[in-house]
Ligand binder design. Structure first.
Ligand SMILES: *Cc1c(COP(=O)(O)O)cnc(C)c1O
Length: 361
């Protein structure tokens, strides 16, 4: 569609990022799962990840996983959200592995697997502090006992998630604890576990700085490969590209206007009471881009001195007074994206996706 916002995707940079993450983790004996939920599992981007040496894929949405299978990706896929009890048949049919913390769900997966003549892999999530999903550490051995011997499922190992709810940083302590718990489980079972899964992008810092506890042998990486950023540790990852994704939007109005609205203040279009600081007359651009296209707080202008003032469903207002660039109607403004920005733009049907680079797989 002409003139709609464009999400530009540089597949070669994604491949390069995947290669670097895979190589860095490989040195520590860590396998990398490529997490596809940040871009609605668009097949071109999945292809770019695979070209970089990723083998296992992972997504939080069954809808994305079913789509990947329809596109004929044969790679092992892990479901990264606890399966819905109502959806276990689908999970067993399309995903090889799921993360779990509820015995009732694991039993249902086992029953579904038996019925479908399949075996489904179970990764048990352990909460080591972030307080999103996972069983508490004191319940690990007992839970393992309860799911042991269930036909239809393989208990492949334990994992943890960090940074997502509590903002807890992965550390030598909490990942060390995960490894310890893994050893205790192995002693109870009398055999080794296949997987000790130590989190996502935020764990890369420990890998880089040689602090990752021995025994962690899997990470599930999305943000780092896609955006080269690590939000939880509040950093750009210096050895990864940070510009694989760009969002372009067209300017539809440029005018000098006061910085404080005129008249009695009610609520804005989203029910909030807006507040303004008087900075005099400013040059403002309106973009054909709004909250229906993308999560506005998740994009940032690359033109350093342009500043997003706000947005409604279909308009974004940008202060361009100090922007170096002379902007006129019909020009484009270019934005970088954060993870939530990428998540929303990928999934918006109003945003055109434009790919560059990439190999034919
Ligand atoms: C999204 C997700 C990941 C990937 O996290 P990134 O920060 O994007 O690397 C890993 N594990 C789970 C359980 C997730 O939900």
């Amino acid at each position: 569609m002409q003139g709609c916002p464009v999400l530009e995707i540089d597949l070669d940079k994604i491949t390069a990022n995947a290669e670097r993450v895979v190589a860095k983790c490989w040195e520590k004996g860590i396998e990398v799962l490529g997490v596809t939920k940040g871009f609605s599992a668009m097949q071109q981007i999945v292809g770019a990840m695979l070209a970089g040496g990723i083998e296992g894929l992972a997504d939080a949405r069954m809808e994305n996983i079913v789509e990947l299978r329809k596109q004929n990706f044969q790679n092992p896929i892990t479901l990264l959200r606890i399966p819905r009890l109502s959806n276990v048949n689908n999970v067993v049919q399309y995903a090889d592995t799921s993360i779990n913390s509820e015995v009732a769900v694991i039993r249902a997966l086992a029953a579904a697997a038996l019925q479908l003549g399949k075996r489904h892999n179970i990764m048990l999530m352990v909460d080591v502090g972030d307080l999103r999903e996972g069983i508490m550490q004191e319940n690990v051995l007992d839970t393992v006992r309860q799911i042991g011997g269930l036909p239809g499922v393989n208990f492949i190992g334990i994992g943890t998630n960090m940074g997502c709810f509590g903002g807890i940083l992965p550390s030598v302590n909490n990942l060390g604890l995960l490894v310890e718990l893994g050893l205790a489980v192995e002693r109870q079972l009398g055999h080794r576990l296949e997987v000790i899964s130590g989190g996502g992008t935020s764990t890369l810092l420990l890998v880089e700085s040689d602090l990752i506890p021995a025994g962690i042998n899997q990470l599930r990486i999305g943000e780092g490969i896609l955006l080269g950023t690590d939000t939880t540790n509040n950093r750009g990852i210096p050895w990864l590209y940070q510009d694989a994704f760009r969002l372009r939007a067209e300017v539809i109005e440029v005018k000098d206007k006061p910085s404080v609205p005129i008249g009695e203040v009610g609520k804005d279009a989203f029910g909030n009471t807006p507040q303004f600081i008087d900075a005099g007359i400013r040059k403002r651009a309106i973009l054909a881009l709004g909250k229906q296209d993308v999560y506005i707080e998740g994009i940032f202008p690359l033109e350093g001195k342009a500043k997003i003032l706000g947005a409604s469903s279909d308009h974004t207002i940008v202060d361009i007074t100090d922007a170096g660039q002379e902007l006129a109607v019909g020009d484009e403004l270019v934005f970088g994206l954060t993870y939530p920005g990428l998540l929303s733009a990928s999934d918006s049907r109003y945003v055109e996706k434009r790919f560059k680079g990439g190999k034919i797989l």
